[in-house]
Design a protein around this ligand. Sequence first.
Ligand SMILES: [Zn+2]
Length: 59
Amino acid sequence: MILSCKEASHLVSEGLDRRLGLAERVALRLHLAICDGCSHFRKQMLFLRKAMRRLAESD
Ligand SMILES: [Zn+2]
């Protein structure tokens, strides 16, 4: 199963809010292994989420 970048980025943001199923995680990992754009997007999302959480906690 090969995801498009659109599907992969959708799964990346979904994965921040809920636990992905096994098939979703495998498909996403495969896509991230071959796609620099989406790995970068995922890193940015993780960083942003961490930053947002830190901001919320400091208040
Ligand atoms: Zn991609």
